[in-house]
Design a protein around this ligand. Structure first.
Ligand code: ADP
Length: 420
């Protein structure tokens, strides 16, 4: 099928979040890890390309985004979405504005919107200022982010140094009046030469209004939430064929493996909850892995009945993580764990596992690489922003779910298994 909309995401779990929300409508959504080497064949109505450019040098980010755009255009896409984090994650030297401006140039369009709001997750924008829950972004924990410390909550002020053309605002009072009023405001700003328009959104109800007013823009930019209403709008007005629905998922054997390399508070609770159900579990210790490799874990795995969905985890409390990092170095400790979990994923595949549940953003990257997976079809959603996906590895069909640290409920592992 010809692709209708092409999406470019600045990181992997953000791409999966967007793909999951678009797929809520039932349309076929495909996620690619990086720009495919091959020209497009058999593409989905909505294609999402996951890049890893949030903190790359600007030139590199632009080059990759342009390559993604070219591939998506070759797939037939006419409309495009540039997806970034709902906490903006872009300092005055960041890539959000420069990439948007490069894409606008390639698409020969004079205006786009910026709407990172995700009210369901507590991200809202009022008078151009981004809030995390009740706090301004610049007063939220994001002010201390190690890579993108957000010291200003005003999206216009953040964008101005990133772009060459004028920045403006369509505020909540306009959005509250509906799609026609917002379209009118955008046209007014366009007449004044305003290329980059921050659009306020404080509640879920604002999102369909914004999507409706902007759905015919060649390029929209924002978080995943403002894109969510688009498929239904395109189907309702007949621009997207109603048969763009996703295929019935393949029936896969019940043999499963759960792999967790995330140490976030939520993942720790999820691992404890799963272990408490009496499921088979094996804990990886980075210091033991550094001394004697992943063989012990693999020997444990070889003895398991995969229909009982064993869990292998390195997930640990912060003090344990610190001990490993002090002895091995932060990067080396992470790498040893990621490689061990990736090796276990491969071994489980050889043992017949067909359902893979992976917790952790970096961990997900290592596992998808080990399984040599580059394209995923989005299936049912397990938790907001965490869908099951279907993909092929070495000719074998598998189901895979990739959860970023803080996503999912405490019962996530069982939720995932019972969702298939
Ligand atoms: P999240 O999505 O929660 O950020 P990631 O997988 O992206 O999870 O990051 C977790 C990182 O911590 C990975 O690099 C992983 O290998 C590393 N890690 C996991 N367990 C441990 C541990 N016990 N000690 C040190 N590092 C660990």
């Amino acid at each position: 099928m010809t692709t209708f909309m092409g999406c470019i995401a600045d990181d992997f779990t953000g791409a999966s979040d967007l793909a999951g929300l678009l797929a809520r409508s039932g349309v076929r959504v495909s996620l690619r890890i990086g720009v495919p080497d091959e020209p497009p064949r058999e593409t989905a109505a909505f294609e999402v390309i996951a890049l890893k450019i949030r903190t790359s040098p600007v030139d590199e980010a632009i080059a990759q985004a342009r390559a993604a755009l070219t591939w998506l255009q070759a797939a037939g896409a006419q409309r495009f979405f540039w997806k970034y984090c709902s906490t903006f994650d872009s300092t005055p030297t960041g890539n959000i504005g420069p990439v948007a401006e490069a894409l606008m140039q390639d698409l020969q369009t004079d205006q786009t919107i910026y709407c990172p709001a995700f009210p369901e997750n507590g991200r809202s924008i009022f008078m151009g200022n981004l809030f995390v829950g009740e706090q301004l972004l610049s007063e939220s924990p994001m002010k201390d982010h190690p890579l993108t410390p957000m010291r200003d909550a005003n999206l216009m002020r953040l964008l101005v140094p990133q772009v060459s053309r004028p920045v403006g605002l369509a505020n909540r009072l306009t959005v509250a009046k509906g799609a026609a009023a917002l379209s009118e405001r955008l046209a007014e700003l366009a007449a004044e030469g305003v290329a980059h328009v921050v659009v306020d959104a404080v509640s879920d109800d604002d999102l369909p209004i914004i999507a409706d007013a902007c759905r015919d823009m060649p390029l929209m930019t924002g978080g995943s939430a403002v894109a969510m209403p688009l498929p239904d709008l395109y189907i309702a007005n007949g621009t997207l064929s109603a048969d763009a629905v996703r295929a019935t998922p393949p029936v896969l054997e019940g043999k499963s493996i759960l792999l967790s390399g995330s140490c976030s508070a939520m993942t720790r609770a999820q691992v404890a909850t799963y272990a408490a159900t009496g499921a088979p579990t094996c804990r990886l210790d980075p210091l033991e892995l550094a001394a004697s490799g992943p063989e012990a874990a693999q020997a444990w795995l070889a003895d398991q009945d995969l229909s009982k969905a064993p869990l292998i985890y390195a997930t640990a409390e912060p003090d344990m993580v610190r001990i490993a990092q002090d002895k091995l170095g932060v990067a080396a400790a992470g790498e040893i764990v990621e490689q061990a979990l990736a090796a276990c994923a491969r071994a489980a595949l050889d043992q017949g596992a067909r359902r893979f549940v992976v917790a952790g953003g970096e961990t997900s990257g290592a596992v998808t690489q080990a399984l040599d997976v580059t394209q995923l079809d989005i299936g049912v959603e397990i938790a907001p922003g965490v869908p099951w996906t279907y993909c092929v590895t070495g000719g074998t069909q598998i189901a895979l779910t990739l959860k970023s640290g803080n996503f999912g409920a405490q019962t996530f592992f069982n939720d995932a298994l019972s969702a298939l």
